[in-house]
Design a protein around this ligand. Sequence first.
Ligand code: FAD
Length: 435
Amino acid sequence: MYDNHALSVACENSEEVVVVFVFDKNILSRLKDSQDRRLTFIYESLKEMNQLLKQVNSRLIVLFGDPAQEIPSLASRLDVETVYVNEDYEGYALRRDKEVAERLSQKNISFFKFKDQVIFSPQEILKSDGKPYQVFTPYKKTWLLKLKPKHYEEFPVNLKKMIVIKAISSEPELKALKAYGFERSEILIPPGQTAGQKLLKSFLPKLKKYDKDRDIPSKHGTSKISVHLRFGTISIREAVRACRTQRNKGAETWLSELIWREFYFMILAQFPHVETKAFKLQYDKILWPGKVEHFKAWCEGKTGFPIVDAGMRQLNQTGFMHNRLRMIVASFLVKDLLLDWQWGEAYFAEKLLDFDLAANNGGWQWCASTGCDAQPYFRIFNPDSQAAKFDPENEFLKQWVPEAFEKSKKYPSPIVDHKVQRNKAIELFKKYQSQ
Ligand SMILES: Cc1cc2nc3c(=O)[nH]c(=O)nc-3n(C[C@H](O)[C@H](O)[C@H](O)COP(=O)(O)OP(=O)(O)OC[C@H]3O[C@@H](n4cnc5c(N)ncnc54)[C@H](O)[C@@H]3O)c2cc1C
């Protein structure tokens, strides 16, 4: 509702603007858990948005169904001239938006898309030969060279243009969450744009130490804004504006992470095969020798490796996992349990509050060594040394796996031998490396 490109232009160009949200049945029908945390986050954020609109005598229209049907039919009912949306780079969203645009055009209604969730779209940062980058560092260099203050200016939203509530009285409004098939769940990261801005503000004093603290899970040294960036309750421009207020190593490192986010959007858009296949296609042929019961132990946080179990329990219980732990548990699934990275990717997609197809896929392919610019397959994390380095006082481990530190309590023995599995993983990757 604030700093939103499509909404800003809609308000500038129109006499009256109506804000619409569609609970997309195509997406919702694939979610297994009726208490999916993301639905609570979205729902609460919509409630806030509705309140803000009511303050200017308007309200949200909330549809439930297939957007390709719902949007054009609403546009006809309200006799609108133009539909404005923000770009989305996922395969499904691209197909959906194309269909919406076609149906609107049959009704002579214009449809405009705007770049909003990134500073630079996947086509804007290219190599000098016009091809997409496949390596992060030169991509980042070009990204930074191109960055000017105009790229992160706010897109203000003129709420005075919002349609009056009376004009849309027969259109559906926001119902209770259960009307969309879901129940409330507990979320630790407060939803909505006001809470998002507060969260970002509270992170700023920590920014200068981000480069040092970001890898220590017990320190809470990261921003936790990923879910807000995902759902647009913090704009990427605001995040960049915030970090441009400081010139230090911490701010530089944090900006670099925001650039990783755009790098993975670019990879997904330019190499769409990554959604279902390895970036390096030869690794799709791997026959993973791991055991299904090991996957179960990994999901449940019962592998007998405290750092892995701590990460998985944090994910299962809160919907969040610290980045260092995401790397450790992903590496462990692939290189210690010798299981298909796509199983892990799918599990994260189900559980993460901040799930984002591009970042999740990019993160998994990086850890599995199947991605572009990925961790080399022979560099394998040792879970115990990772724990000693990033949780030296066992603070995080004691919080999530207390029984590993109490002799009287039962904690499983390690389900595999790291040294043995490490060698097996190297042999496995070697075999497929040149195929
Ligand atoms: C296996 C794996 C899966 C991941 N899945 C997701 C996912 O589904 N959604 C998601 O947003 N991030 C994902 N990440 C990236 C990263 O772990 C999270 O963005 C980060 O932990 C979120 O916490 P934060 O907001 O405190 O991050 P901060 O450290 O404060 O970073 C600021 C922002 O930069 C972006 N960012 C940071 N690190 C990365 C990264 N490595 N790749 C892409 N963007 C990054 C995020 O938007 C983040 O909010 C994944 C990483 C791995 C290794």
